[in-house]
Design a protein around this ligand. Structure first.
Ligand code: ZN
Length: 104
């Protein structure tokens, strides 16, 4: 069975942020963030969320800019569903999108 392309997963998961997938560094560059482990944005270090030690989300609480990886797990109230590498082709560096949340 053919694996689903990561781009297709991203487009279905985040239709409001459709864009070509990027490397993490390309995604960070969209926001003008320096290529460090934990860059500053709006004068504060960005927050990072990880799953089993692997970061999948980084963002700024002030301006809402964030980068997220397509292999980010989905969280429910009492469950977490990691992306299944048997079903999705994750064999690429380009797994990230860069977007901005609307902040009130
Ligand atoms: Zn910011």
């Amino acid at each position: 069975m053919d694996k689903i392309r990561a781009q297709q997963v991203a487009d279905e998961r985040w239709p409001q942020w459709k864009q070509p997938l990027k490397t993490v560094h390309e995604a960070m560059a969209v926001h003008g963030w320096p290529q460090t482990d934990k860059p500053d944005c709006c004068g504060e270090p960005i927050y990072i969320e990880s799953f089993i030690g692997v970061p999948y989300l980084g963002g700024c609480k002030k301006c809402g800019k964030f980068v997220v990886s397509v292999d980010a797990p989905e969280w429910g109230n009492s469950w977490v569903a990691p992306i299944d590498p048997e079903k999705v082709d994750l064999d690429t560096d380009k797994l990230w999108i860069a977007a901005t949340r609307i902040t009130q």
